[in-house]
Design a protein around this ligand. Structure first.
Ligand code: HEM
Ligand SMILES: *[C@@H]1O[C@H](CO)[C@@H](O)[C@H](O)[C@H]1NC(C)=O
Ligand SMILES: *[C@@H]1O[C@H](CO)[C@@H](O)[C@H](O)[C@H]1NC(C)=O
Ligand SMILES: *[C@@H]1O[C@H](CO)[C@@H](O)[C@H](O)[C@H]1NC(C)=O
Ligand SMILES: *[C@@H]1O[C@H](CO)[C@@H](O)[C@H](O)[C@H]1NC(C)=O
Ligand SMILES: *[C@@H]1O[C@H](CO)[C@@H](O)[C@H](O)[C@H]1NC(C)=O
Ligand SMILES: *[C@@H]1O[C@H](CO)[C@@H](O)[C@H](O)[C@H]1NC(C)=O
Ligand SMILES: *[C@@H]1O[C@H](CO)[C@@H](O)[C@H](O)[C@H]1NC(C)=O
Ligand SMILES: *[C@@H]1O[C@H](CO)[C@@H](O)[C@H](O)[C@H]1NC(C)=O
Ligand SMILES: *[C@@H]1O[C@H](CO)[C@@H](O)[C@H](O)[C@H]1NC(C)=O
Length: 313
């Protein structure tokens, strides 16, 4: 199935006709890339897009767009970002510890290797397995997958409030921008039209990229929830800010303690400024992942989809 996917992807490119307004991005590109608009194919599309966004482009060929990937260090508008430490367990940044952030290794299901095989993880019980599956599900909702909600492609089963999920990460505007741009570049690398990439980028920025956003419904069954993922002082304030609904100031996540030692892992102590994940507890894949990205990204989304950079920069 993986190779069939690639063969079909190879036929896609600038030849795609314009998407009719009444067909969702998910449905339209599932049909364009994988022919049958089935739940299984929609999940395959989201698998390709999410895995590529995470680790960088790995399918061969794509339409000529290099995607560095969310796990690669990069420069965003002059600010260095490195999101890997949030995923490796290096930082005490997940909301699994009640009133404080704790460390979780999200690359515990084989890291990049299974992702490159179009799988979420090498098992069905790792943190990686649940996180990546939740991303397939959530982005399927965001892109309007009409066939989601059965055995072939589950409805979103994760937490309802993306603020609660991400709040101990205290993500900066540059970090959130990088994540969103990787999702957009991933989609673009499969032939998604510039207008659609911009639509997705704008929607993601509006939903998650501002501080103190009022409750918003993303997953209809989950109702209105606090969704701000961008939380630190560099994040633009929502035009409709309701800061009182949020938890107030939460400190940047610190280095996680290395089990069995009284010292801590190494980082700057500022989540947005760490420069390496290689000392993270129990996670080897980071180096592999970074290699896929090559050197520091000369941030050039504009070169990828002209005009989109104007939205961000
Ligand atoms: C801006 C758009 C983003 C969206 C739509 C998004 C969405 C999600 C979703 C749906 C989950 C799964 C929640 C669950 O399993 O209940 C998740 C988890 C996670 N996200 Fe994001 N995310 C975004 C940005 C970021 C950024 C910028 C980072 C920075 C590193 C990040 C790091 C994580 C981590 C580490 C988890 C696992 C948290 C846990 O399970 O405790 N996300 N995200
Ligand atoms: C979308 O609109 C076109 C033209 O109005 C119509 O023929 C088509 O059936 C519509 N498709 C869906 C899925 O609603
Ligand atoms: C599309 O699905 C139908 C019904 O499941 C099947 O008969 C057909 O072979 C599929 N076509 C492709 C191109 O996969
Ligand atoms: C990523 O995409 C670029 C541009 O098409 C290509 O040169 C490179 O070989 C791809 N990398 C991988 C690992 O497929
Ligand atoms: C944040 O606010 C929510 C909702 O009021 C509350 O349940 C939670 O305990 C608060 N957490 C912290 C860390 O203050
Ligand atoms: C999956 O990867 C983890 C490392 O992340 C490794 O410990 C485990 O043995 C692997 N499992 C399989 C079945 O390959
Ligand atoms: C702010 O709230 C108004 C009124 O509810 C709404 O029309 C507008 O779209 C909101 N703007 C943003 C950016 O959320
Ligand atoms: C950590 O500190 C405790 C008490 O301070 C001590 O008993 C223990 O041996 C130390 N462990 C290591 C690995 O240094
Ligand atoms: C975290 O580790 C880095 C080294 O990578 C170190 O510079 C920094 O001081 C540490 N932060 C804390 C709060 O321990
Ligand atoms: C980019 O950096 C410039 C200069 O620091 C700043 O004025 C601008 O607001 C930044 N833009 C974004 C989108 O962060």
């Amino acid at each position: 199935m993986f190779f069939r996917t690639l063969a079909l992807a190879a036929t896609v490119g600038s030849a795609l006709a314009q998407r009719p307004a009444n067909i969702s991005i998910c449905d339209y590109y599932t049909t364009a890339l994988l022919k049958n608009n089935t739940a299984a194919n929609q999940k395959t599309l989201l698998t390709l897009v999410v895995n590529t966004a995470a680790i960088g482009n790995y399918t061969q060929p794509n339409i000529g767009i290099t995607v560095p990937g969310i796990l690669a260090p990069a420069m965003v508008n002059g600010t260095a970002v490195n999101l890997a430490p949030y995923f490796t367990g290096m930082l005490a940044s997940t909301n699994r510890g009640g009133s404080m952030g704790i460390s979780v290794n999200f690359l515990d299901g084989g890291g990049a290797t299974p992702l490159m095989m179009n799988m979420p993880a090498n098992d069905t019980s790792s943190n990686q397995y649940f996180l990546i599956n939740h991303l397939y599900e959530y982005f399927g909702v965001l892109l309007g997958c009409s066939m989601q909600g059965g055995a072939d492609y589950s409805a979103y089963e994760g937490d309802a409030s993306q603020y609660e999920v991400h709040k101990f990460m205290q993500l900066s505007y540059a970090e959130v921008t990088y994540f969103i741009e990787q999702v957009g570049m991933s989609a673009a690398s499969f032939g998604v039209a510039t207008e659609d990439v911009m639509l997705v980028g704008t929607a993601l920025m509006n939903a998650f990229g501002y501080r103190c956003e009022p409750p918003m419904t993303i997953v209809p069954a989950q109702g209105p929830q606090l969704q701000s993922i961008c939380d630190d002082e560099t994040c633009p304030l929502s035009p409709n800010a309701t800061c009182a609904s949020y938890n107030g100031t939460i400190p940047k996540p610190g280095n996680a303690t290395i089990p069995g030692s009284n010292s801590t892992a190494t980082s700057t102590g500022s989540g947005s400024k760490t420069t390496g994940g290689s000392t993270a507890t129990g996670s080897a894949p980071v180096a592999t992942v970074s290699t896929a990205a090559g050197a520091t990204v000369a941030f050039s989304f504009a070169a990828v989809v002209g005009g989109l950079a104007a939205m961000f920069l």
